[in-house]
Write a protein that binds this ligand. Structure first.
Ligand code: NAP
Length: 303
């Protein structure tokens, strides 16, 4: 099968298309013929070597953590899906961008969901669900989301609104309409955030999520008044300021995936795809991702 790989850290031009043996589904796994695979910031961060000290990778490395497609092999012990079913899910670490991929966790695609949306959903559905749980956000509370216009923010806002939470999100001014459409109250991330939040939320903010990693954890802790309800997914220094950080998936991502699939089918969750790239243009997709300016998600469509 055709797959994308790289054999050293570097710029997007080190990505190579190679012919390799198709992987097989082990016990508790399934294999899919990939139709679409989501692009995440982690893809370019790993490739560039940015994370080489704490997430070193073995070469040659594949790319991608999530995909959607048609089941073509079912491992021992799997009984919830059959060959021919359309599913989306989390792939074996760094192997999703290939003609076939093995999934470790998955859910069925609901009617009406495109492969592009399905392929871009697993990471943000899992991450958003995990971090809302970790800050124990509840109905009636107010949540501040720093970096709310990207992929994870798009899911966080909608899932928090489903929980009855008021959401204030930071984004650059041109994306404030996008945040409002998702159900959040927008504000910019320029200096003076605390003062703006006091005006927008005179009742106070109960918890904050940092999705931007832009170095404002102390300010978020000050706004919330309790570091144990400030959580970052993008700043490993957050604990230095009394806040929390999370970097690994929860135990049951498949529950988050099935929940988002259900909400999507009901018409109460959506995922705007900023752009779909053909497989051959994965380098361009990673370049766009690395700008940190994506609204919603980028996705690779297999041809
Ligand atoms: N730890 C984990 O488990 C985990 C899981 C998933 C993702 N992540 C990480 O979480 C981060 C977010 O992921 P993502 O997929 O949502 O990224 P993304 O889609 O690339 O997010 C891009 C968004 O970030 C916004 N942004 C950039 N700089 C900002 C700033 N200083 N303040 C506020 N917003 C800013 C941009 O909005 P503007 O254009 O308006 O600036 C853009 O809409 C990434 O660093 C990713 O690697 C971690």
């Amino acid at each position: 099968m055709k797959a994308v790989q790289y054999s050293e850290y570097g710029t997007p031009d080190i990505l190579r298309f190679v012919e390799i043996d198709a992987p097989h589904a082990g016990p508790g796994q399934i294999r899919i013929t990939v139709k679409a695979a989501g692009v995440n910031p982690l893809d370019w961060k790993l490739r560039s070597g940015l994370y080489r000290d704490f997430m070193p990778i073995a070469f040659p490395s594949g790319v991608g953590a999530e995909a959607a497609g048609i089941v073509d092999e079912v491992g021992d012990g799997v009984s919830d899906v059959s060959i021919g079913d359309a599913v989306f899910g989390l792939a074996v670490w760094r192997t999703a961008m290939a003609e076939q991929a093995v999934l470790t966790r998955w859910a069925r695609m609901p009617d009406g969901m495109s492969f592009e949306v399905a392929g871009a959903l697993p990471i943000i559905a899992e991450s958003a669900t995990r971090i809302l749980d970790l800050v124990s956000i509840e109905s009636g509370e107010t949540l501040l989301v720093a970096g709310a216009a990207g992929g994870v923010g798009t899911a966080v806002i909608q899932l928090a609104r489903h929980r009855g939470v008021t959401v204030i999100g930071t984004a650059s001014a041109p994306k404030h309409g996008y945040l409002r459409e998702l159900g959040a109250i927008p504000t910019t991330y320029e200096p003076g955030l605390s003062a703006r939040i006091r005006e927008l939320a005179p009742q106070g903010v109960d918890a904050a999520l940092d999705l931007a990693g832009a170095g404002n954890i102390p300010e978020l802790v000050e706004i919330v008044g309790n570091g144990l309800r400030v959580l970052s997914i993008a700043d490993i220094d957050a604990p230095k300021y009394g806040a929390l950080v999370t970097t690994s998936q929860g135990e049951h991502p498949e529950i988050a995936l099935a929940n988002v699939a259900r909400l999507y089918a009901e018409g109460t969750f959506r995922l705007p795809i900023e752009r779909t790239f053909p497989f051959e243009r994965i380098a361009e997709a990673q370049e766009r991702s690395s700008t940190g300016r994506v609204a919603g998600k980028l996705v690779i469509a297999m041809t």
